[in-house]
Design a protein around this ligand. Structure first.
Ligand SMILES: Cc1cc2nc3c(=O)[nH]c(=O)nc-3n(C[C@H](O)[C@H](O)[C@H](O)COP(=O)(O)OP(=O)(O)OC[C@H]3O[C@@H](n4cnc5c(N)ncnc54)[C@H](O)[C@@H]3O)c2cc1C
Ligand code: FES
Length: 389
């Protein structure tokens, strides 16, 4: 890896070596959704790149350890009140679970993003953050396979860093292939941390490519991730477990390359950060507001409101339907959401009657399913439905 020195979280090779678990029960729990909800205090803030900061979060009232454990690759759901509106977002944990005293979130400032700008521009040491979780199944602890290929683009590096830190701290014997795509050397977050990990972990193989390095002194690979770079970096790729997280276009192109290289889809785990523009009112629907509301009737029992789902009649044999979340936004029901892609679980509601289809149900655990909990952001009613909202 080329030697770069952007400001990064202050992890040194000594830190990594010394990072044996702080407490004996630091082994991560199984990757299931957790129900902890409370407050964490901002302990320190590090600027990683001009638009990315890492926030180290501590227990809120002076306890030594966090009130939860997590598995590398999981995320927290955080909530803020901004301009009078309550907003939820998900952020992957970039630190390792062996450190029970803190958790780190690394946030990229989106130019027009409501919450990321609030976090990056305004949060300061000492502030309290409402958070919940940890959540997510995009996890790896070293027991699931004997090697791992981590492919990240941009801020999609965060879950991969937690996994790599954890495996290194545990002296995991397997090969870790860490492939990172970013625009320029200035955007290369955690460059020093990764270099430190490489120094102490001979099983860590890093390749970084930059898509817009013109005018910089970047000497490594240039351009988007290619078949050639992948196969040069990872021998016998098709036999290995692969984790992929990055901007949607990068993920689509890498998935196509992996298919071309004969990688079976079940070997590839992905996490979509769900950068979907939120729309708290009617514009939240993927359908035009003029689409007729001819679909199934949905009743929101707590609000005592009912309305029909909109169905786009122009859209062919299987016309897209609104989700229950989109309908609830039109009616001002106030179901909370974060990712809108079925992974965070913030939009869980209880279905009292009826049946829905959900394209993604990652955030539901077996108990949720037994108890009739659905994800409003995914739920498309098959017939008349009543939800407790
Ligand atoms: C499981 C998971 C893990 C995640 N982990 C991380 C992480 O580790 N780090 C991280 O930084 N993010 C992460 N995200 C993404 C994060 O949750 C937020 O989606 C992200 O911070 C953007 O939120 P926001 O409120 O700033 O943007 P939003 O207000 O939600 O806007 C979303 C997008 O729309 C654009 N937009 C907003 N308004 C307009 C407009 N009027 N016109 C045009 N475009 C507009 C914004 O620029 C942004 O790109 C994760 C998401 C998920 C689901
Ligand atoms: S909003 Fe994240 S699962 Fe529905």
């Amino acid at each position: 890896m080329s030697d770069l020195s952007p400001q990064t979280t202050a992890t040194t090779a000594e830190d990594v070596k010394a990072a044996t678990p702080a407490v004996s029960d630091a082994t991560p729990a199984s990757p299931v959704a957790a129900n902890w909800r409370g407050y964490l205090r901002v302990g320190s803030i590090v600027r990683e790149t001009p638009i990315v900061k890492t926030f180290r979060l501590l227990p809120s009232s002076g306890e030594r350890f966090l009130p939860f454990t997590f598995v590398p690759g999981q995320f927290l759901n955080v909530a803020f009140s901004i301009g009078g509106a309550r907003m939820n977002r998900s952020y992957s944990i970039s630190s390792s679970p062996t450190h029970r005293e803190y958790v780190e979130l690394t946030v990229r400032r989106e130019p027009r993003g409501a919450v990321s700008r609030h976090i990056v521009d305004l949060l300061k040491v000492g502030d309290l953050i409402e958070a919940g979780g940890p959540v997510g199944r995009f996890t790896f602890t070293g027991t699931e396979a004997d090697s791992i290929v981590l492919i990240a683009g941009g801020v999609g590096i965060t879950p991969m860093l937690s996994i790599t830190r954890y495996l290194t701290e545990r002296s995991w014997a397997g090969d870790i292939f860490f492939i990172y795509v970013c625009r320029t050397p200035a955007d290369f977050m955690f460059a020093n941390v990764i270099a430190d990990l490489e120094r102490v972990n001979p099983k860590l193989h890093v390749a970084v490519t930059m898509t817009r390095p013109a005018g910089t002194n970047w000497k490594g690979p240039r351009g988007h991730l290619t078949k050639e770079l992948l196969t040069q970096t990872v021998s016998d790729l098709a036999s290995r477990r692969i984790h992929l997280c990055g901007p949607p276009a990068m993920m689509a192109s890498v998935k196509a390359i992996l298919t071309e290289l004969g990688v079976a889809p079940e070997h590839v785990k992905t996490e979509l950060f769900g950068l979907v523009k939120p729309a708290p009112v009617a514009a939240g629907t993927s359908l035009t507001p003029t689409a007729p509301a001819t679909g199934p009737l949905v009743t929101f029992s707590k609000n005592n409101k009912s309305a029909r789902i909109r169905v786009d009649l122009q859209a062919g044999d299987s016309p897209p339907k609104q989700t229950i979340l989109e309908l609830s936004e039109e009616l001002g029901i106030g179901i909370e959401f974060s990712c809108r892609v079925g992974t965070c679980g913030v939009c869980k509601v209880k279905m009292i009657s009826g049946e829905v289809e959900m394209a993604v149900q990652d955030a539901l655990d077996p108990d949720d399913k037994t108890n009739g909990i659905i994800l409003a952001c995914q739920a498309k009613p098959k017939g008349e439905v009543t939800v407790e909202a």
